[in-house]
Design a protein around this ligand. Structure first.
Ligand code: SF4
Length: 382
C-alpha cells in the first residue's frame, strides 16, 4: 500500500474520533519546562494519558510498568522517554500519536502459526525501555514522541482504519509497546470487542501485573529472546534475562499464542552451547511447540562494524534447537532458505511453504497436517 493511500485510509477514520483537549490552565509552563528540544503545548497534552501501574514515593512517582523500575521526580522523564511526571502524576505522552503506521503481512512480525496470509495493521509510538546496540529501529525507539513525526490516530480510529484495510489483527510493534501500554491496551480492548485480533511484538521486558492484565486482550505475541546470558543482556541490551523468561512463561500459561525470535549476532549471541541451553530451558518450560525463529543479523546502528550472520551458523543453531527438542524452528532473513517452511513434526512433510513473507502453498487441513492428521499448534483460523 502506498503511503498516500494509507494516510487517506487513516484520515477518514480519525475525523471525529479525536479528543482535542486543551492544556489545563496553569499547567502550560510546567509542560514547557519538560520540553528539551521541542515546544510542549496543546499538542503534547492532547497525546497524554495518565499512566497505569504507578505508586507514589517520597522521591517521585515509581513506575511499575517494567523492570527498569524508574522513580521519576516532578519534571522528570522515565528511561523510555515517553513517561513524564507533571505535578506528581505520571503521564504517558505516547497516546494516539503513532510515529509508524503500516499494513504488514502477519509473517513479518514474525508469526508463522497465527492466521497465515492475513494483514496486521501495525502501529508504534516512540520510546523503548532497552537500548540495544543493534537496534534496527533506533530512530523511533531511542527518542521521545516529541522528536518524531507522528500521525493523529486515537484508539477508535486505529480500529476503524484496521477494519478498512481488511486487517485481521492490530500489531503493537516496531518500537517497544510496553512503553505505550495505555494506548495499546485501550486500542486492543476496542479491537477485541469488534472481532479484530491483537498482536504484541515486544522485547518481553515488562512487569508481571501489567503483563497479566494485557493477556486479557492480546491474542498472539512474538517475544525477542535476545540471548540466554545475563551478562550479555546487560552489555548488549541494557536489560536482564530473568524478566523476559518470566514473560514467556506467563504468555504461555495465560493461553496467548506465543512465538519467539532469537537474533544470532556474530561474537555476541552465536555461541551454540548457549543456544542449546536456551532451547533446553524452553523445552523444560513447556515451550517446545512454540515456534522459534533464528533471525539473521545485518550490520546496524552501533554494531555496524560486524559482518552479517553466516548462514551456516544459523543452520547450526537450527540443528541444535531440533536436537534439544524444539518442534518448529525457523531461519529468518534468509529468503529462499528451506527453514522458512513449516514441516509437520510427526510425519516431517512440508505443510506450509514460504518465501519471505509470502505463502506459496498451505497443506494444512483446518488445524492439522493434511498428510497425517497431526494437530499443528497455532491459531490457524479466525
Ligand atoms: S516503562 Fe518507562 S518509565 Fe516505566 S519503568 Fe519502564 S522505562 Fe521506566
Amino acid at each position: 500500500m502506498k503511503k498516500r493511500e494509507f494516510l487517506q485510509l487513516c484520515a477518514c477514520g480519525a475525523m471525529g474520533a479525536l479528543t482535542h483537549k486543551p492544556v489545563p490552565a496553569g499547567l502550560r509552563a510546567e509542560l514547557n519546562a519538560l520540553a528539551s528540544s521541542h515546544p510542549v503545548d496543546d499538542e503534547l497534552w492532547k497525546w497524554s494519558k495518565e499512566a497505569l501501574f504507578v505508586e507514589q514515593t517520597p522521591d517521585g512517582v515509581h513506575c511499575l510498568k517494567c523492570p527498569n523500575s524508574c522513580t521519576i521526580p516532578a519534571g522528570g522523564t522515565g528511561l523510555c522517554r515517553n513517561r513524564v511526571n507533571v505535578r506528581g502524576k505520571l503521564y504517558s505522552i505516547a497516546y494516539g500519536n503513532p510515529c509508524a503506521v503500516h499494513v504488514d503481512p502477519i509473517e513479518k512480525k514474525p508469526l508463522f502459526h497465527f492466521l497465515p496470509s492475513t494483514r496486521a495493521f501495525s502501529i508504534a509510538a516512540a520510546g523503548c525501555n532497552l537500548s540495544c546496540l543493534n537496534c534496527q529501529n533506533w530512530q523511533i525507539s531511542q527518542v521521545s514522541p516529541k522528536e518524531t513525526d507522528n500521525e493523529d490516530l486515537m484508539p477508535r480510529a486505529v480500529v476503524d482504519a484496521a477494519r478498512r484495510s481488511a486487517s485481521a489483527s492490530i500489531a503493537y510493534t516496531y518500537s517497544e509497546p510496553t512503553t505505550f501500554y495505555e494506548y495499546a491496551y485501550d486500542t486492543a480492548e476496542i479491537a477485541r470487542r469488534e472481532g479484530i485480533r491483537n498482536v504484541w511484538k515486544s522485547n518481553g521486558y515488562i512487569e508481571e501485573a501489567p503483563l497479566r492484565k494485557l493477556c486479557r486482550v492480546i491474542d498472539a505475541a512474538n517475544i525477542d529472546l535476545k540471548s540466554f546470558d545475563e551478562g550479555i543482556y546487560g552489555r548488549l541490551n541494557a536489560g536482564s534475562l530473568a524478566p523476559v523468561l518470566r514473560t514467556l512463561r506467563i504468555f504461555h500459561d495465560m493461553g496467548v499464542w506465543l512465538e519467539i525470535t532469537n537474533l544470532v549476532i556474530p561474537g555476541w549471541t552465536d555461541d551454540l552451547a548457549m543456544i542449546g541451553k536456551m532451547c533446553a530451558w524452553l523445552c523444560s518450560n513447556g515451550l517446545d511447540t512454540a515456534p522459534l525463529h533464528f533471525s539473521r543479523f545485518v550490520p546496524l546502528y552501533k554494531l555496524n562494524q560486524l559482518p552479517p550472520t553466516p548462514v551456516k551458523k544459523l543452520e547450526e543453531a537450527h540443528a541444535v534447537a531440533l536436537k534439544e527438542g524444539m518442534k518448529y524452528v525457523y531461519i529468518g532473513n534468509v529468503p529462499g532458505h528451506s527453514a522458512e517452511h513449516t514441516y509437520c513434526h510427526h510425519c516431517k512433510k512440508l505443510i506450509v511453504e514460504r518465501r519471505g513473507y509470502a505463502i506459496l502453498q498451505n497443506r494444512m487441513k483446518k488445524s492439522c497436517c493434511e498428510f497425517c492428521g497431526e494437530p499443528i499448534p497455532g491459531r490457524w483460523q479466525m
